[in-house]
Structures are given as C-alpha cells and as structure tokens.
Design a protein around this ligand. Structure first.
Ligand SMILES: NC(=O)c1ccc[n+]([C@@H]2O[C@H](COP(=O)([O-])OP(=O)(O)OC[C@H]3O[C@@H](n4cnc5c(N)ncnc54)[C@H](O)[C@@H]3O)[C@@H](O)[C@H]2O)c1
Length: 325
C-alpha cells in the first residue's frame, strides 16, 4: 500500500502526500527541489512531511535513469504512483523550453519505465493540464475534445505525456490515469502563479499587471478539491472498456471566474486595494479555461465544493502566517 509521490516538495505533491499519510498510508516522496521558484518554500513543505511517521524522502532528479532505478530497487513494494513532478508554468516555457522537455518528457518516460518494473504496482496517476486544450473555442472543455492545437511548449510536453502513457498502457497493460488540472490554488501554493503574485504585490503596495486586461476567465480550483480527485483517481475501480487501461479526466471547478473577481476577493481578504495595470494578452496564454467534469463526477465522484470566496481567504490566512513566521 506504499504510494510513491513525485514532486512531493511541490504544491500539489505536498498536499497529496499529507492526505495519504492522514489515511495511514506509507509514502515515498521524491523531489529534486528545483530552483524554479523559492526553494525555502519547498524545504518548509518537506520539513512538515519529514516530521511525520510513514514518510520517506528521496532527493533526486527523476529524469536521470539511475534515480528511478534506485527507487525501484529500494522500494519494490510500491503499489501506487502519483506522478506530479514537472516543470510547471506556461510563461516560463517561452524562456527555458529545454527544462520542459527534460523534466516533463524524459522525466515522464523514466516514470513509465519505473512503473513497468514495479511488481506490486496497481496504478499510476499523473498530472496533465487544462493547457492541452489550447485555445479551443468550444467550452467547457471535455476530455473527448480535440487537443492537437497547443499554444505553449508546456502544453505540448503534457500532451506528449498523455500519448506516451497511452502507449505504455497498450504495450504493457499498466493502468494509467492522467488528470488535467485547471488552475489550482490554496495554502502552500506556487509563488509563480497569478493569485500568489497579486497577493504579494497588493501587500507590498506594488502595481499588478492584469493580462488580457483582466478579462481572462479561469476555472480556479481549490487544492483540497484537487487532492480528493487525485486520491479517487488512485483508488476507485475504473471501467477501462475495450481500450488499453488509460483514462483521462478533467479536475476543475467548473465555475470560470474573471481574474478581476480574484483581485476583488484578494483585496477584501488582505484589507488593501490593488494598483491595477491592465496589460494585453501574453504569448501562450488562453482567454478562458472551463472544465467539463461530467465524467470525473460520474467515475471519480469528483465534486468540487470550495468557491473562490472561501478558498481565497484560506490562502490569504496561510500567507499572513508565513509572512510573520
Ligand atoms: N498548480 C496548477 O495550477 C497546475 C495546473 C495544471 C497542471 N499542474 C501540474 O501538476 C503538477 C504539480 O504542480 P504543482 O503546482 O504542485 O507544481 P510545483 O512546481 O509546486 O511542484 C512540482 C515539483 O516537482 C519537482 N521537480 C521538477 N522537476 C523534477 C525532476 N526532474 N525530478 C524530481 N523532482 C522534480 C519540483 O522541485 C517541484 O517541487 C505538475 O505536473 C504541473 O504541471 C499544476
């Protein structure tokens, strides 16, 4: 019943690992503490996990074949994998495309190879993204929609992960579940994401730049709802039909909100007004994201229950505690 969580020092990986430990399940976490954003935040998450019984940590780069060979040799009893390690972020993929191919494509291949060699493995769940839908005009996005027109290299690497997973399910019968996350936020979140950048800027009296003039719509999804969906994807019996055992699901809030509303809620929770600078669209950005979650609800019991007006104050409370710690 040991679960391997990759990206355990990352935002979603930390919360998933904590939830598994809460349920009494042993967790092996792996992360290379990549310096893409504040390593101190990753170390602080990790310290909380390391303090808990049942948690074992491996520091290493999973795109390096020897790293995963070592994990497989040391932990042959792993029954489930939640693969969340990646080079995330849309905008940074214009700046450093190689980091994406290395972590997301080579790294994903090493995870599939590890899955092949783990004798007790029953399923591997992995992170994809709403970005695979590109700028689809049809909304909400359904998992059956075409995804052949990505607009960022980040999206292209995640789509490659889905295709490689399909191949491994076909060739080796490894049960694989890909989750397309829609803008996840909450306590212990990622400092490169808009809600976090805005909160810091508002607190420090700096202007915030609203891309797409604030008219972008995002399906903001609270971390606890995502964790529930990830655990269901790991544990729920799934009908694979006549196809190889590979399924894709959207995990989103299904309630797209304008970014201006996010700003208003941040202002209310922080008790300060934002200085807003409207800015045009950024290359690689899409105008709106909205998840069709009918299949996720039916097959995973996925039912997001946290609206932005609850989730943003929870995030701000955490941020205040961290700033004063
Ligand atoms: N947060 C979101 O809104 C969101 C949306 C869509 C998809 N996702 C996907 O969900 C997953 C988790 O995202 P997150 O927000 O927790 O990101 P994160 O950056 O906080 O976590 C990823 C972790 O992976 C680690 N990592 C990166 N490359 C590695 C490597 N080669 N070897 C070992 N560890 C490595 C990083 O150090 C980091 O701690 C990612 O796959 C991301 O692409 C996230």
């Amino acid at each position: 019943m040991t679960v391997l969580v990759t990206g355990a020092a990352g935002f979603i990986g930390f919360h998933v690992a904590a939830a598994l430990l809460d349920a009494g399940r042993p967790v092996v976490g792996i992360d290379n503490l990549d310096p893409y954003y504040d390593v101190a935040l990753k170390e602080a998450r990790l310290a909380l996990l390391l303090a808990r019984p049942g948690f074992t940590f491996v520091r290493g780069d999973l795109a390096e074949p020897a790293t995963m060979e070592g994990v497989v040799a040391d932990h042959p009893g792993i029954t489930g994998i939640v693969h969340l390690a990646a080079q995330a972020g849309v905008r940074y993929s214009l700046e450093n495309p190689r980091a994406y191919v290395r972590a997301n494509v080579s790294g994903h291949l090493e995870m599939l190879e590890a899955a092949r060699r783990l004798p007790a493995l029953t399923r591997m769940v992995y992170a994809s993204t709403s970005s695979v839908y590109g700028d689809n005009a049809k909304r909400p996005y359904a998992v059956t929609d075409p995804v052949e027109r990505p607009v960022s290299l980040y999206a292209a690497t995640k789509r490659a992960d889905e295709l490689m997973s399909r191949v491994y399910a076909h060739l080796y019968g490894i049960p694989l579940v890909g989750l397309r996350f829609f803008t996840v936020y909450g306590p212990w979140g990622r400092p490169d994401m808009a809600y976090f950048l805005f909160a810091r800027a508002i607190l420090e009296g700096r202007p915030i730049r609203l891309f797409g003039n604030g008219e972008l719509l995002r399906d903001f999804t609270y971390i606890d709802d995502i964790v529930a969906g990830v655990l269901a994807a790991l544990d729920r019996p799934l009908d694979w039909g006549d196809e190889p055992p590979h399924r894709l699901f959207n995990l989103g809030n299904n309630r797209p909100e304008p970014v201006t509303r996010l700003v208003a809620l941040l202002e209310a929770a922080l008790g300060r007004k934002a200085i807003v600078e409207p800015t045009g669209m950024q290359p690689g950005d899409v105008a709106a994201t909205a998840a069709d979650i009918a299949e996720s609800t039916r097959d995973l019991g996925f039912a997001p229950r946290t609206p932005l007006e609850v989730g943003i104050p929870a995030f701000v409370e955490w941020l205040r505690g961290r700033n004063t710690a």
